[in-house]
Design a protein around this ligand. Structure first.
Ligand SMILES: Cc1ncc(C[n+]2csc(CCOP(=O)(O)OP(=O)(O)O)c2C)c(N)n1
Length: 284
């Protein structure tokens, strides 16, 4: 699948719109996780828009691929993408974290909205993904793929590595883990808190096929996902190098906005920064 320049611009503009909604939701709620939502927005959107078998008109379609947001605190990114593809209304987005809202701070399974799995307690998603992948194999659903998005800080959880062992033991080539390698967790840099490097070698040693991509490059991400579909008898991990708080200068490369909502001035400045990028790409 080759994308031309016009399509690339359209995708970039969609992603910027998704980022504006992430900021708006968290600003209105005055609570949430902007940094890690902004870093992974591109990955989630490309999965739904270009990669996964998924029909927004029938989110319960039995043959669909499954997306599990293991780093559940990035729920605003998932909700904004689901809104972009028509499953969540813009009004609903403004209810983030409100009492009785379907859009809680971490995803709660909801078949109508396309939210596959309840997550938020880090370290669970890959084990759930192993279960879904095994189940698809048992059901002889050869083309059903399971995608699990993990944070790099989340890799501190021992259960991730138990699941990693199981996935290669069972030759789960229908399981694709994606690591949001933004290098920062709640309170600082991953390499200072619990070093992960050499991360690619670790996954390789656990029996996984490893693909590394520049997560700011749409073509590279799509290429990585396409390559992952060709892996045989092994699970695949895509380590995606990303920027925490990406596209907002004062949020980038910092843990300050890991779990802190922007105030009014910060919110307005963040939106202005995105509008500037939109102008450069050529939004009318
Ligand atoms: C089991 C568990 N422990 C602690 C937390 C609190 N927590 C939420 S986000 C986070 C840091 C996650 O870092 P990372 O995976 O790198 O996320 P990202 O930078 O991609 O947002 C922590 C410790 C949690 N949600 N679950």
């Amino acid at each position: 699948m080759v994308i031309n320049e016009a399509e690339e611009s359209d995708l970039l503009l969609d992603i910027l719109d998704i980022k504006k909604n992430i900021l708006k939701m968290i600003y209105l709620a005055q609570s949430g996780h902007p940094g890690g939502s902004l870093s992974c927005a591109t990955l989630i959107y490309l999965l739904y828009k270009k990669i996964m078998k998924f029909n927004p008109k029938n989110p319960k379609w039995d043959e669909r691929d499954i997306f599990i947001l293991s780093k559940g605190h990035a729920a605003p990114a998932l909700y904004s993408v689901l809104s972009k593809i028509g499953l969540i209304t813009k009004e609903e987005l403004t209810t983030l974290r409100k009492v009785n809202s379907k859009l809680q701070g971490h995803p709660v399974k909801n078949d109508q909205l396309g939210i596959e799995i309840t997550t938020g307690s880090l370290g669970m998603g890959l084990s759930i993904g192993v279960g879904c992948a095994l189940s698809a194999k048992l059901d002889k659903k050869k083309d059903k793929l399971i995608y699990v998005l993990l944070g790099d800080g989340e890799l501190n959880e021992g259960s991730i590595w138990e699941a990693a062992m199981a996935a290669s033991h069972y030759n789960l080539d229908n399981l694709i883990a994606i690591v949001d390698r933004n290098g920062i967790q709640s309170d600082g840099f991953t390499e200072e808190i619990m070093g992960l490097e050499p991360l690619a070698n670790k996954w390789d040693a656990f029996g996984w096929d490893v693909i590394e991509v520049d997560g700011s490059n749409i073509r590279e991400i799509i290429g990585g996902f396409q390559k992952s579909k060709k892996t045989i008898r092994k699970p695949t991990v895509i380590i995606s190098y990303l920027v925490k708080g990406s596209d907002i200068s004062f949020m980038e490369h910092s843990s300050k906005y890991h779990g802190r909502a922007p105030n009014k001035e910060e919110y307005e400045n963040a939106i202005k920064e995105i509008e500037e990028i939109e102008k450069k790409i050529g939004v009318s």
